[in-house]
Each structure stands twice: as C-alpha cells, then as structure tokens.
Design a protein around this ligand. Sequence first.
Ligand code: GLU
Length: 451
Amino acid sequence: MSSVRVRFAPSPTGFLHIGGARTALFNFLYARHTGGTFVLRIEDTDQDRHVEEAVQVITDGLRWLGLDWDEGPDRGGPHGPYFQSQRKDIHRRYVQRLLDSKAAYEFEDKERGGTVIKFRMTREPVTVPDLICGNVTRPLNDTEMRDPDFVIVRSDGAPVFHLVNVVDDIEMRITHIIRGEDHLSNTPKHIALYRALGAEPPKFAHIPLILNADGSKMSKSDKGAALHEYINAGYAPEAVRNFLCLLGWSPKSDVEILSLDQMVERFDLPQVQRHNARFDQDKLHWMQGQYMMKLPPERFVELGRPFLAKAGLLEGQPEDYVRRVLAIVQGKPKLFSELPEWTVFFFREDFPTDAEAVAKTFGGQPQAWDLLEKLRGCFARVSDWTHTALDAALRDLAKSLGVKPAALIHPCRVAVSGKAIGPSLFHMLEVLGKNRVLQRLAAAREHLQFD
Ligand code: GLU
C-alpha cells in the first residue's frame, strides 16, 4: 500500500449532492490508482439533530456507486469509525496546543456575548499551491484587513469547521485533499493552522464546480442535483459513475465509456480540468442507454429486479422465468424504472392494453380477428415451442393464406402483450410459453376493448 491517504468528508445534510458524489469518486479513484487509502469521515459537528438517516443517505449513495471506503463509518479498521462528533477530545487537545503556543487566544465577543477562541492569522496573504488550480494567492478582503483573526471555538464551546477539518486531516495523516473549489477560499486559513500546529500541509487539489446546462452554479435545490434522484429513476450505477468521472476529468482520449478498472488505471490529478464542468443531462441519458444495452445479463437482472418487485410483479414468479424475461427485454427500457411497463404482460393476465395500438391493428379490419384465430390453430400444432419454430410456422401460415407475415405478426403482438412495440415477437412467445400464448390469442377479442 502506498502512503497516499485521501478522504471524503461530507457533512450529513440528508442529501448526497451530485458534486459531492463526484468528489467522493475522484478521491476513490486517486486512492485506487496510487494503491493508497480512501477514508470516509462524516463531518457532523455542526449538526444538532440526530444524523443516522442523513449518514445512511451518504453511505447508501457511495455503495450504490461502488465506492468502497477503507476506513470510516461501519468499516472499523485501525482508525475508524470516523464521526467528527466522536472526536471532541482530540479537537480540544489541539485547541489547547494553539492556546499554549499563543497561536490562539480567548476573546470577549461583545456583540453576541460570551467568550470565543480566535486563531491569530498571519497578516500576509497565504499562497495555496494547488495541483489543479496552480499557485493561488487571494488578497485579503476588507474584513480580513481589519482583523484577519478568526474564531476556532464558539462561545458554546463548539469548535468550528476550519479547526476540526484541519485537526482531523492531521490526525488521519491525509496526504492529498481533493475537494470542491468552493473550499479554495478557506484553504489559506487551513494552511496557517497546519503551520501553527507544526504540521506539513497536505497537497491540495480543488476540483472545479459543476454547472447546470444554462451555466448557473448547480445548487442543492436544482433538479437533478441529488444522487438519489438518479437511484430512484432507475439509472445504472455504472452509467452515473462513468458520467461523473468525466465531469471535470479527461482521460485524454476520445473514449467515453470507461469501466471502473479503466478509470482507476487512467485517473490522475493533473488531468483534472481547471474550468467548470457542465452537467449535460442528454449526455448522461445517452450514456445510460449505452450501459442498459451492454450490461452483463446477470447485472441487468440484479439492477432490474428491485423495480419489478416494487411494482408487485414478482410474487410467485420462478427465478428462471424472470431471468428469461429480462434477457429478452434488455436494450428496450432506457431506465430501470421503465422496466415494469415493458414487462407487465409477462407477469399478469390483466395487463394493460394500449388503446391506440388495438384500434390501429383491429379497427375496421375484422379479418384481423380471423387471422388471429388461424394463427392460434397453427401455434397449437407447434410442439417445439422455440422462437425459430414459431417464426417458421407463422411464415408458412402467411404464405398459405396469401397474406404478408406482418398481417399476422402485428395482431399477435398486440393480443399477447397489449402493445405495438416490444422485444422480438418470437422470443416473447417462446418465453411466455405455449399455454399462455394460446389462451391470450383465444381471449384477445374479449380482452382487447376499443371503440
Ligand atoms: N464537510 C465539508 C463539506 O462537506 C468538507 C470539506 C473538505 O472536504 O475539506 O464541504
């Protein structure tokens, strides 16, 4: 294992922002690329309410994306689990050190009342050497010019973000801080704290922000900003992960579809771009479509099953049947949430029928019913119930009746599935099985109502 140690340090807000998910991914990829350690630290000191659920949102989100952490909540490990709120003694010890060395001092806050502890900030601008942004020196603003010192412990005794963040990074021997660019402006404070504590600052890599398609900054309330929206909508984690890795990082080739192994192999910080990344929903959707077609069948089943179960379609269904159904519909739905609608007729006799498809196929064409009846008779004589045999039988029948195969195929599809579109008809018939197909062809006239 290399000495690289990185961390994802989210605050449990009840929400995993897509930007946070990308920060986690970049940290994970860097750790795996360098053979280092990926730490998960929940920064829950500012939270007054119970955060268990909010932590769950984060850990569920990371697991969904396949981002396994090495140390952190419920991973035990030599240093875990890491909840900032459980490390108060450590934080207090460090504050005492700063007080002892006079790098910090008590201060009467007259406006708000009470005593706070302030850090004696250097009067010179601090340059942040950043692996992505280069050397960044921000001039002090007016308030900082007047008084650059800042509060590290509030009057209620609670240490602030800057302090606990730095102390934990020192204690956890973090070597690279990969985080959102919104923290770049905090970094001079952090570097000054490292120095005052006699610690070497880690390397910094601030990654660009994510923008909405219109160029505005993506904020919490924007549609599509929360990872769980993609989970619930039935995206494949592989697709979202692939999409996120390209938000601000470029593998320096035209290849856009990357497996996790390829990402790990190619990921490095110098290739993270400096300009902000635009969140292109169309590209995500395209990528999702690619994955939906190419996922290994067993993975397609694994991801699809929960959506069928939630729609109540799996009760009493043999596992093998479910697999065969999913194998033939793969490539049709673009999202797993669409799966029930593509497959309901495999699992229910009272499947919905598309009135338009029924009207188009049977409306004003009474011969369609006769053809369907003839097809039923023909299929009843097929003993080798395979898609090839069914295909051949239907074509033979069409020939002998002097009609086009389509004149049989369309009514048959609508009769057995209620729709005009779907997977290959003959594969569908094979999977549905002889009994079910014959029954549906017989009941079609009654089942397919239209005016
Ligand atoms: N808790 C901070 C956040 O969620 C962490 C910042 C950092 O990564 O240092 O923004």
